[in-house]
Design a protein around this ligand. Structure first.
Ligand SMILES: *Cc1c(COP(=O)(O)O)cnc(C)c1O
Length: 388
């Protein structure tokens, strides 16, 4: 807030395609996809229409004890595209809540199974799963999470030693939670090939559930529908949010296997968790339109050349003395500098680009609708602003 109060506050008034417009009429490339959520750009005709059509029917009705039409249709579509063991959908309204639900479900699952000691969680170092207390408990970013330590439940944090941690503690562990392939807020940390599959196999071997937090990487961001698809694995629980509604409205979901679903059937086995706006019809209508467009516009196919172009453009940064490391996976990249990246990101605004830093890392997360030319322009601006 101190920095915000001192700075020229940028106020966004409009959006169109990949561009944002401020209240003075200046135009910017939305280089962070409005915090990693935007897919087809702003004011996408089909999504706008889906929401206004739904508006004429109903804007909200509760999912507590009732169902609504868009949430049913969306659940069906989600199951079609999700990793194959996932068969059931539990709605909520943001990434953090979808994680809370997965954690509580995993814990309660083992209680119903009679393995009452399985109460703990394993997370990855530098992990980020949201800002509510449960998701912070499995968060590994000191800057964000350390001060809340006294409020949190215990978790084990692992990375290279994950096999040993699972082996030593599986009797007391309900689940491993991880961001598959890329740890986003931790600084765009790309995992070695095969790591996800290895964790999946360890979870199966030691009877620990695997929660995949696909909130950031889901819906095409890595070049496949879900990050889990790269290593052909199915988690037991999967969290999705951000890109689900095309970046329009807050809807999230926690997907589960039939095995987990069944463990909650019967007297005294209720899962007590419900958010007021869960499965909101307007949001679900936006998500349905988003998923429909994936197919209609052959989005995943169209993404591939853009991913290659991004890799090629990033090559140019390798000789830049300010750059420490470059990491990319799909249409996500991080350029790690030898110093804080905040000044470079602020300067980029003068050239018509909105980007955000994570510590020393410049995050590149454009909407999928970005053209080759616009992507090149975006990287040219970044190149300019990281030179001292
Ligand atoms: C953004 C994010 C979350 C939290 O989502 P919110 O909608 O901001 O609560 C959780 N997990 C990951 C991996 C994220 O990137």
């Amino acid at each position: 807030m101190e920095d915000w109060l001192k700075s020229d506050n940028l106020v966004i008034e409009k959006g169109d395609g990949i561009y944002l417009y401020d209240t003075d009429g200046n135009k910017y490339i939305d280089g962070v996809s409005s915090l990693w959520v935007n897919v087809y750009g702003h004011r996408k005709k089909e999504i706008d229409k889906a929401i206004s059509d739904q508006l004429k029917k109903i804007s909200h009705s509760t999912l507590l004890g009732l169902a609504n039409v868009p949430s049913i249709l969306l659940a069906k579509e989600l199951i079609k595209v999700a990793p194959k063991r996932l068969k059931k959908v539990f709605y909520s309204d943001n990434g953090a809540t979808s994680v809370e639900i997965a954690l509580k479900m995993a814990y309660q699952y083992w209680q119903h199974k009679g393995l009452k000691n399985k109460t703990k969680f394993i997370a990855l170092k530098e992990s980020y799963h949201g800002d509510t207390i449960g998701s912070v408990s499995v968060g590994g970013i000191k800057l964000f999470h350390n001060i809340f330590k006294p409020l949190l439940f215990d978790a084990y944090f692992a990375y290279e030693n994950i096999e040993k941690i699972i082996e030593d503690h599986h009797n007391e562990v309900a689940a491993v939670i991880m961001e598959p392939l890329v740890q986003g807020a931790g600084g765009i940390i790309v995992q070695p090939k095969g790591f996800l599959k290895k964790v999946r196999n360890l979870c199966t071997k030691y009877k620990v559930l695997l929660i995949a937090d696909e909130v950031a990487v889901g819906f095409g961001r890595t070049g496949k529908m879900f990050a889990c698809d790269h290593e052909h694995i199915s988690p037991d629980l999967m969290c999705v949010a951000k890109g689900l509604t095309g970046g329009y409205l807050p809807v999230a979901a926690t997907l589960a296997t039939n095995e987990i679903f069944k463990a909650f059937l019967g007297t005294g086995k209720t899962f007590y968790h419900g958010h007021t706006y869960t499965g909101n019809p307007l949001g679900c209508a936006a998500a349905l339109a988003t998923l429909k467009l994936f197919k209609k516009e052959k989005l995943l196919k169209k993404l591939q050349p853009k991913i290659k172009l991004l890799a090629k453009e990033l090559e140019k940064f390798k000789t830049n003395g300010e750059v420490k490391e470059i990491r990319q996976c799909g249409l996500i990249a991080g350029i790690e500098l030898n110093q804080k990246a905040s000044e470079a990101c602020l300067l980029a605004r003068k050239y018509g680009l909105i980007i955000r830093p994570l510590g020393n890392v410049i995050v590149i997360m454009p909407p999928f609708a970005i053209s080759n030319l616009q992507l090149k322009k975006m990287l040219q601006i970044i190149y300019k602003v990281i030179l001292p």
